[in-house]
Design a protein around this ligand. Structure first.
Ligand code: ZN
Ligand code: ZN
Length: 249
């Protein structure tokens, strides 16, 4: 089944022009927000959407550009909309997400609130297990290297799209697993425009992939100077904020 992805932001962690790289995935009327960074609520507001109109939020890893908007989402949902939406969290991240990231702001905020489950319909994801999030929408998480010793996941969406959260350049993963074994049709990849490569793949590294796969690669999580690099990305496409892209299965 086809689905749409509308990036609510496409910028790097510290970009100012393009907001945090977070994606609104729409499948069969189901709206899933992939990551909820500190610019998420503003971007959704610009699209005319409130958190009550999102059906679920999925978290890939714990960095502010991916989870920094969850406190506002939780408060808005609890106090304004009186509604719980689904929060999909890799099982290994759930404890840290509450204890080390959200608890300070959310705990006992006026009422006896002591866990993620008080604000969200919490659903834990396990690596290697394909989860049906909704009719026609499956997601499988795979642990990928972003910062050594930091747990971080990328996604296989409907067995056809690989969505890197934040990852280093791992050509074996892309060529052997994503394109070879799993035969994904598209790769949505974070891309740092300038080196040195430390915790993200750089454009220069991604360009070393065989040219015949470049047209399958869509770039996100880039710096504010992206427009200067459009001509230097070969057949790879820079995803644009708020544009709607359709992906078939
Ligand atoms: Zn990031
Ligand atoms: Zn990150």
């Amino acid at each position: 089944m086809s689905f749409q992805i509308q990036m609510i932001g496409t910028g790097s962690a510290f970009a100012k022009k393009y907001y945090n790289t977070n994606a609104l995935l729409i499948s069969n009327e189901f709206k899933l927000l992939i990551d909820c960074g500190f610019t998420a609520s503003k971007s959704l507001y610009e699209l005319g959407l409130g958190f009550d109109q999102i059906d679920g939020i999925l978290i890939t890893h714990i960095h502010a550009d991916h989870v920094g908007g969850l406190e506002e989402a939780a408060f808005r949902l609890y106090y304004k909309y009186r509604k719980k939406i689904k929060l999909f969290v890799p099982a290994l991240l759930a404890h840290k997400l509450w204890e080390n990231t959200l608890r300070g702001g959310l705990e006992n905020a006026g009422e006896n609130l002591t866990s993620l489950s008080d604000f969200f319909d919490l659903i834990l994801l396990e690596e290697g297990v394909k989860s049906m999030l909704h009719d026609g929408l499956s997601i499988e998480i795979i642990e990928t290297t972003h910062i050594p010793t930091k747990t971080s996941y990328s996604l296989f969406i409907n067995d056809s799209v690989f969505y890197s959260a934040d990852i280093q350049f791992i050509p074996g993963l892309l060529l052997d697993e994503v394109l070879g074994k799993r035969k994904c049709s598209y790769i949505l990849h974070d891309c740092q425009l300038k080196g040195p490569a430390i915790v993200h793949a750089t454009l220069e590294q991604l360009l070393t992939l065989p040219t015949e796969v470049h047209s399958k690669i869509y770039l996100m999580h880039y710096e504010d100077e992206m427009e200067n690099y459009i001509d230097r990305a070969g057949q790879m496409t820079f995803l644009k904020q708020h544009e709607v892209y359709s992906f078939g299965t």
